[in-house]
Design a protein around this ligand. Structure first.
Ligand SMILES: [Zn+2]
Length: 353
């Protein structure tokens, strides 16, 4: 079953599009069966999606006796959605098509990610690189994966820029975007409840149910989960908080160490493994407690040294676990891909207008 929000038609449209996308090709009857809704509901949704040019009729299914059913496909050429994420030293932007497939990408270095002028100039530059001026109209919008501590002035500069360009902007938590990026890139086996632990500006857990964020505020910080009551003192006043173990000197430093680890430094490998073990222990506990179908580990350190995180995961996920463990490898940045998916979904939620 796909959750379709409060059952408003646009939410149903998103669900229908998602089913067709996942199955590559589908009939109205198959969609209705998968969503657990009536054929009439699906027919109405399909009518709107065909009119908006988001679906097309690709032929006929083999006859099963009666009238042959029409096959539907997602029109991947229809629209582009952009996604953007800002790290301390770079800005990543991607364009995805209506199926969520990556079309193009650009990564721009940032000298100062807290400088509103530099960030908005880079977004402008990225936009120009990804979407020619005359195709701006065919763009559904831009999604921003927002880190926990995005400076207010940067946020305002981005709002001013998208207003000036008359582009619809959507915002999502970086952890939720990482989860969506992973799901839409096909890293997870599919339906059910999936969790993504994302090592970003904070370490977060995001839940997706059949690919849809479980709660609007999915992406809660795990930073101050207590790992060891006897551990070092945290700035929050308590002892042994998770972030002191999983990214002891911050996530940027850990990403650098992870790169050194893949280049062969034994010290760096030991440091990353030491940070990966408590992370994967928490991830395994969460997977068991929530009965997750899949557990995704994401974030730049994970992406830089996937083999180490996988090795740490093997320590804590039992061989007989039913949870599929995924070390996310979405390029260039899972948050940027997920933010583009958010923009696409926001567009669909307004009925494709
Ligand atoms: Zn703390």
């Amino acid at each position: 079953m796909i959750r379709s929000g409060d059952g408003r038609p646009p939410a149903m449209d998103t669900a229908v599009l998602e089913v067709v996308r996942r199955r590559t090709e589908s009939t109205r009857v198959e969609i209705a069966r998968e969503l657990g809704v009536t054929a009439a509901t699906v027919t109405n949704s399909v009518k709107r999606l065909l009119a908006a040019g988001l679906l097309w009729e690709s032929g006929h299914a083999r006859s099963t006796g009666g009238k042959r059913a029409t096959l539907l496909r997602v029109n991947d050429a229809a629209r582009r959605a952009l996604g953007c994420t800002i790290d301390h030293d770079r800005l990543s932007m991607v364009a995805v098509d209506t199926t969520g497939a990556l079309q193009s990408r650009v990564v721009l270095p940032l000298v100062d990610a807290t400088d509103p002028r530099e960030v908005s100039e880079s977004v402008r530059e990225g936009l120009a690189a990804l979407i020619p001026d005359d195709e701006l109209g065919a763009m559904t919008g831009i999604g921003f994966a927002v880190p926990a501590q995005l400076p207010e002035e940067v946020d305002q500069a981005l709002r001013a820029l998208t207003a000036e360009l008359d582009v619809r902007a959507t915002r999502g938590r970086e952890g939720t975007c990482a989860a969506l990026g992973s799901f839409w890139s096909g890293e997870q086996s599919g339906a059910g409840l999936s969790g993504t632990v994302h090592l970003g500006s904070t370490t977060t857990l995001s839940l997706l149910l059949d690919g849809v964020p479980f709660r609007p505020d999915s992406g809660q910080s795990l930073d101050h989960l207590r790992v060891d009551p006897e551990g070092p003192v945290c700035a929050c006043g308590r002892r042994g908080c998770l972030h002191l173990y999983v990214a002891p000197d911050g996530v940027d430093e850990l990403s650098r160490t992870a790169l050194e680890a893949t280049q062969g430094s034994a010290t760096a490998q030991a440091d990353v493994l030491a940070a990966a073990l408590p992370l994967t222990r928490i991830a395994a506990n969460l997977a068991i407690a929530l009965g997750l179908e899949s557990m995704v580990l994401a974030g730049t350190p994970v992406q830089a040294a996937p083999a180490i995180y996988l090795r740490a995961a093997r320590e804590h996920f039992e061989d007989e676990t039913t949870t599929q463990v995924v070390v996310s490898q979405v390029q260039p940045h899972p948050c940027a891909v997920g933010a583009a998916v958010l923009a696409l979904q926001a567009f669909l939620d307004t009925g494709g207008r």
